[in-house]
Design a protein around this ligand. Structure first.
Ligand code: SF4
Length: 452
């Protein structure tokens, strides 16, 4: 089986590229050329029922929902319900990150019920099972890492976060800088760092990176270079340890691409708002434009309980500056394993953040907002509600407090500014008249640009 990159090298436009171009309203040639350049990835994997999703430059910013059991709560049915909730709420990808219970069973059950591309962190399973078997995850036989990667790929996983970028060099940077306000916050990262310290060996996923790529290539799965030393506090943002791992991940993204493996880079954790643009710029510049899969970022440490909102603010900014896939954060972040309602709220907040980011990232693609605004202005409530990102939530609020005049709402009632304004100016404000009459022509011109 060839990968999308290998097909692109032969100038072939694959059905997956066609599909992505159709979804995004851009040219298949542009999708192919960006796959070739490593600026766009399409998780493929071995499943037939999987939806195709493009992640990368010029495309809509995508939203990932992460689910999975823990050692405290391991309920397969709950994870199935969470997977269904994430899909019905409009997540683009799903990560199954279980560490408790029968890990093969949970993963296979989740894959069975969703058409979303499913991603995993294979280190979780390898180390969690080593912990059970030997009562010490550090006793993991490194060969087992590769076995788990292959088993998960065979099950249909189409993208994997693998912590290849943690190595002796990046750990040394952490030691030498002598501080870390938020400590280490990546489960996969701490598993690997701990194993390296215990065995006094180099990270096998770094040492044998070509083997990792060969495995993922076999299934045309996307290698997402995991962010094991990410900042878990805004005061750690862009410390030398985090940046060292980022440099290595960007280097590996390029190496993987050269081997024909689709790659993206993960980052950055907790980052203050004023550093987000710089973080995205660094990733894009150092990786040659690899898709950037961001966790939030969280621009404050103090929002627990509402961290889906904290992260949405970071996510809107990261999408604006070029992040391509955003991992949701739920209200349970930092507090507990997410439940079903947390999944819904997390996906909704992140979809809204991605939309806000895209409005800034692609000024020529703001028509959906214009439709909402005009329906609102005209008191066309059915059209207004239908055009929203979350019509059910909006309709429920309106229905709970209906106005006397159905053109208005109970906020201003008789003094509805929209109604009054349109009574005054209805004859002057024509939907046919556009602020920028050449918008359509401009959009068509943009479509022809290779950057689109
Ligand atoms: S009543 Fe007030 S809030 Fe409601 S639609 Fe009219 S102007 Fe808007």
């Amino acid at each position: 089986m060839k990968t999308q990159i290998e097909y692109a090298r032969e100038h072939i436009i694959t059905p997956a590229m066609q599909d992505v171009a159709g979804q995004e309203g851009c040219r298949p040639e542009a999708v192919r050329d960006k796959v070739l350049a490593g600026r766009l990835v399409i998780p493929i994997g071995s499943r037939r029922r999987q939806r195709l999703v493009g992640i990368g430059q010029g495309l809509r910013t995508k939203v990932n929902a992460s689910i999975g059991t823990s050692s405290d709560i391991a309920d397969v049915d709950l994870e199935i319900a969470k997977a269904k909730m994430a899909e019905s709420e409009g997540a683009d990808t799903l990560m199954e990150l279980s560490t408790g219970g029968d890990l093969d069973l949970v993963r296979r059950s989740v894959i069975e019920v969703t058409r979303l591309p499913v991603g995993t962190v294979p280190l979780y399973q390898a180390f969690a099972e080593a912990a059970r078997r030997y009562r010490n995850p550090n006793k993991l036989d490194s060969e087992y890492l590769f076995e788990v990667i292959e088993r998960q790929l065979q099950d249909g996983v189409s993208f994997m976060a693998i912590h290849c970028g943690i190595n002796r060099f990046s750990i040394e940077r952490l030691r030498k800088q002598g501080f870390r306000y938020g400590g280490l916050v990546s489960k996969g990262g701490t598993f690997m760092v701990s194993w390296m310290e215990y065995t006094n060996r180099e990270n096998p996923l770094y040492e044998q990176f070509d083997r990792v790529c060969a495995l993922l290539k076999r299934y045309d799965a996307v290698l997402s270079l995991g962010n094991g030393i990410r900042a878990g506090a805004i005061h750690d943002s862009h410390d030398r340890a985090q940046v060292a791992e980022m440099v290595i991940n960007c280097e590996l993204a390029e190496l993987g691409r050269e081997m024909g493996c689709q790659t993206m880079v993960e980052g950055p954790g907790h980052v203050p708002l004023d550093e987000i643009a710089g973080n995205i710029m660094l990733e894009k510049a150092m990786s040659g434009g690899s898709p950037y899969y961001v966790l939030g970022p969280l621009p404050a440490d103090s929002g627990a309980g509402y961290d889906h909102l904290t992260a949405a603010i970071g996510a809107a900014n990261s999408a604006r500056y070029g992040a391509d896939l955003i991992c949701y954060i739920t209200p349970a972040e930092h507090l507990a394993l997410p439940g079903i309602d947390d999944v819904r709220e997390g996906v909704r907040a992140t979809r809204l953040a991605a939309r806000i980011g895209d409005i800034a990232k692609y000024p020529q693609r703001r028509d959906a907002e214009k439709r909402v605004a005009m329906a609102r202005r005209d008191g066309a409530w059915d059209e207004h509600l239908k055009s929203l990102l979350f019509p059910d939530a909006a309709a429920a609020i309106r229905a709970s407090r209906m106005p006397g005049d159905e053109k208005t709402c109970t906020m201003c009632g008789d003094f509805c500014a929209m109604k009054r304004g349109m009574t005054l100016f209805a004859g002057d404000l024509s939907s046919a008249k556009q602020r920028h009459p050449d918008e359509a022509a401009q959009r068509a011109a943009d479509d022809r640009l290779p950057e689109r």
